[in-house]
Design a protein around this ligand. Sequence first.
Ligand code: FAD
Length: 351
Amino acid sequence: MKTDYIIVGFGLAGLAFARKLEEQNKSYIVFEDDSQTSSGVAGGMYNPVILKRFTPVWEATKQLERAMPFYKKLELQFNKKYNYPLQISRILKSVEEQNNWFSACDKPLLSKYMIPKISFEEIKGIKADFGFGNLQHTGRIDIKKMLDTYRSFLRKNEQLLEEKFEYEKLEISDKKLTYKGIEAQKIVFCEGFGAKNNPFFNTLPLDGAKGELLTIYAPETTITSLVKSSVFILPLGNHYYKIGATFHWTDKSNTPTEYAKNQLIRKLETFFKEPYEIVEQSAGIRPTVKDRRPFVGTHHTHKNIAILNGLGTRGVMLAPNLANELYEHLENGTPLRKEINISRFKNKVYK
Ligand SMILES: Cc1cc2nc3c(=O)[nH]c(=O)nc-3n(C[C@H](O)[C@H](O)[C@H](O)COP(=O)(O)OP(=O)(O)OC[C@H]3O[C@@H](n4cnc5c(N)ncnc54)[C@H](O)[C@@H]3O)c2cc1C
């Protein structure tokens, strides 16, 4: 069997690259073994403002400009809704934070998103003595639904192999790659934190930050914006909400823990005062990088072996843009920008 590309991993990165290939009429096969869960469990928020310090997310406007049409096209192709625009209501904790909110609203990269007033409109069940700072042009992508639909599409077209990709079985030459009888021009690794096991790229400084979330059912509550304090309350509809998320730097398993559950409950109950029951707990490893920039590029020796990874905490906004940049690089030789290119690690760990 012959194909233009093999993609390993079908989270947000794999999907974004597959979609790019689809658009360009390239053939491809995807390997996915369900060893990582990050994209499937993620809140799916897109938000160009860092809510801790009221500073802009790196390249947020540019990323959103590409990401929004990308999700729209997928919605049209599959006739499904994935994008749920959602205001963010950040609980302000002091007069100082109120002042910081106003100062940030004036900044050129933030003024489009931050509404320059403090809202005291009541959200039933939420304690917010200093009011809310509200954000617009933000929202949530239902990543799980999008991945499930796309997987079905790939299955139908016999493009999905639901098995572990065994790195040592890849035969490499300059002209082609061969894997278990499949002949490909190029391979793109999109394994998220699973890249730790990838002998071609496992010297890259991929950290991994475990995140856990709860899904709660709160029948007496109707919250329509994402409420953000020490944790967020993300409305899913029908009185279901996601509560998240934790950060843990040493546990690299995808297993939910009692510790994280108690931490989320404790933080939630400092500002949420309505009855609720927990219906689910989920966990995943965010593929984070020390310098907080993604991994895009090709192997130092084998230029037909590429990586798309390091999406960190913001896969929704990053994936479509980076998939495009990697594609342009692989097919048209467009140089990759230094900030995203894995060649930035050449003199340190990536030899
Ligand atoms: C709790 C939590 C909340 C988050 N919230 C948000 C949010 O609100 N907004 C946002 O933008 N981002 C969020 N993120 C981050 C986001 O999920 C990630 O940036 C993104 O999902 C990374 O996508 P990925 O495709 O690189 O990796 P992954 O989603 O990990 O996908 C990699 C895939 O590769 C597969 N794989 C790995 N190795 C192999 C192999 N050898 N063979 C076959 N398959 C393999 C894995 O099974 C997996 O499906 C959150 C993450 C977590 C954990």
